[in-house]
Design a protein around this ligand. Structure first.
Ligand code: ZN
Ligand code: MN
Length: 505
């Protein structure tokens, strides 16, 4: 017996509007001042009427288009009734049978690329069942001092716009689930629809997990589905799924209980990161238990194809597409393209500016992923406030490409540009030339001087020459080193070629 892991995800994403979805209260994350961003609407006071925030709908459509979803021409609001202390109205305004979008997909690279660059890396196509809009609940704050037994409610978050994304059960491992979430987060931040800050709860995930146990005769037996609620980190999502897979496999081997059989109903659990285990929560409601009905306080919405086209036109290129384009336009490796794209849109923009302007994408990628990355880390700066702007880095790389300086000298200039900022010298292209001149870094292209130095070195290096001719190829390094010493700033490539040519004479 073996099994296949079946995972579907439901993700709640906070949309980055300034105000809440049905009132004018601020959506700022403000846990130190509870219950200050509230009004009669989000407190659920009798008679208060909600009004849709058009920006929330707009960002919702952008999100859905990013997911490749169809946008419904007609959509409405429904009340989802349940009792919980952080839900002041006793119901959540959500969307039930007519969500504003449905039927999309996201392609996720799973596993490593093959060694053959012509072979594209394996991709999992994850279908999106639907994406709908709803309001967030407040937050219960439990006393963690261990002394009191008080719990309090903070309603600052109540009414924050959420888009709920529901995937089909297309993921096949905890690692795939994580890769999907990372790609989703990257896409949402590129689109600037959400900051996806998981510590602040802007992106939360529920995972539906079960196994299809494959019998000796090839038939498949599904184990009962378990829904793991409110996973607020990628690592916890992976850990929780791994735990559930192991637990379900063991349980099936002991009991043989299949989904739908007696004792095989769907269950809802939480994840305890400290123990690394799941624990049972309330029994899962069926849709009927929520007694959904259309919200009489909100009018349904209609969307025209023109409106959708206008929103599509203002969207940026999606990261998955941009990764492919960097590979094609700048001949980057799959790896470098991923490293650049996965660091977010400002890094990708910086890269493209440098690559376009210096005309050498590979060189730009090398500098960005090595020298720049290291310098930013050391200085604690992000790309947005990094003092060497793209046009200056491009100027430096251009001087390497035109063989005016070596890569080694360019590193020296780069470091000087950065350390100069402490004295108020701003990095600029003219400053690069000043540094090259003052430090004598210009490559000597005068081949006469190089030829003369080679003759001089050869006249006193009979042993090294004999060693080389006897098969010791390393001897050439010593000869090149001598010549380089003789002509300050000589192009090492030219020297190497000339020394080898002289040895071959
Ligand atoms: Zn309010
Ligand atoms: Mn929801």
């Amino acid at each position: 017996m073996t099994y296949e892991i079946i995972i579907g995800l439901e993700i709640h994403v906070q949309l980055q509007t300034r105000t809440k979805i049905f009132c004018g209260c601020s959506t700022a994350f403000n846990p130190d001042h509870p219950n200050v961003q509230v009004c009669p609407v989000c407190l659920g006071l009798p008679g208060a009427l909600p009004v849709l925030n058009a920006e929330a709908f707009h960002l919702g459509i952008k999100t859905a288009l990013g997911l490749g979803c169809e946008i419904a021409k007609f959509t409405k609001w429904d009340r989802k009734q349940y009792f919980y202390p952080d839900l002041p109205k006793g119901y959540q305004i959500s969307q039930f049978d007519l969500p504003f979008s449905h039927d999309g997909h996201v392609e996720v690279v799973i596993g490593a690329a093959s060694a053959d660059p012509a072979q594209p890396p394996p991709v999992r196509r994850v279908r999106i069942l639907r994406a709908h809009l709803e309001e967030d609940a407040g937050k219960n704050v439990h006393d963690e001092s261990g002394r009191g037994r008080e719990s309090k409610v903070d309603l600052n978050r109540a009414g924050t716009p959420l888009v709920e994304i529901v995937t089909e059960p297309d993921l096949r491992s905890s690692a795939e689930a994580r890769q999907f979430l990372e790609e989703l987060k990257l896409m949402l931040t590129y689109l600037e629809v959400s900051d996806c800050n998981m510590q602040e709860g802007s992106l939360r995930c529920d995972a539906n997990v079960n196994l299809h146990v494959i019998q000796a005769d090839g038939s498949r037996v599904p184990t009962p589905i378990v829904e793991i609620k409110n996973l607020n980190s990628f690592r916890f999502t992976e850990q929780a799924i791994d735990y559930e897979v192991a637990r379900q496999w063991e349980s099936f081997q002991q009991t043989g209980i299949r989904m739908g059989a007696k004792g095989g109903h769907k269950r809802t659990v939480g994840f305890d990161p400290g123990r690394g285990t799941t624990y049972p929560l309330r029994e899962k409601e069926e849709a009927a238990d929520y007694r959904y009905f259309p919200d009489p306080d909100l009018v349904p919405m209609t969307t025209t194809t023109d409106q959708v086209a206008a929103i599509r036109a203002e969207m940026c290129e999606l990261p998955s597409h941009r990764r492919q384009r960097l590979i094609q336009d700048y001949q980057l490796s799959t790896y470098d393209a991923a490293v650049i794209i996965d660091q977010g849109r400002p890094v990708a923009d910086y890269f493209e500016e440098v690559a376009k302007s210096c005309g050498d994408g590979k060189q730009a990628a090398n500098w960005l992923t090595q020298d720049l990355q290291a310098a930013m880390k050391e200085r604690g700066e992000s790309i947005v406030n990094f003092p060497i702007r793209p046009e200056v880095l491009a100027g430096l790389l251009e001087r390497i490409n035109k063989k005016r300086i070596t890569i080694k000298s360019a590193r020296e200039v780069f470091t000087s540009l950065l350390s100069g900022t402490a004295e108020g010298l701003s990095p600029s292209v003219p400053r690069i030339d000043e540094l090259i001149a003052s430090r004598g870094l210009e490559i000597v292209q005068d081949t006469g001087a190089i030829d003369a130095a080679i003759s001089e070195v050869f006249s006193r290096s009979a042993k090294a020459i004999a060693d080389f001719k006897a098969g010791n190829e390393k001897a050439v390094g010593a000869l090149i080193g001598q010549v380089m010493k003789g002509v300050k700033g000589a192009d090492p490539q030219t020297v190497r070629e000339k020394v080898l040519a002289r040895l071959a004479e």
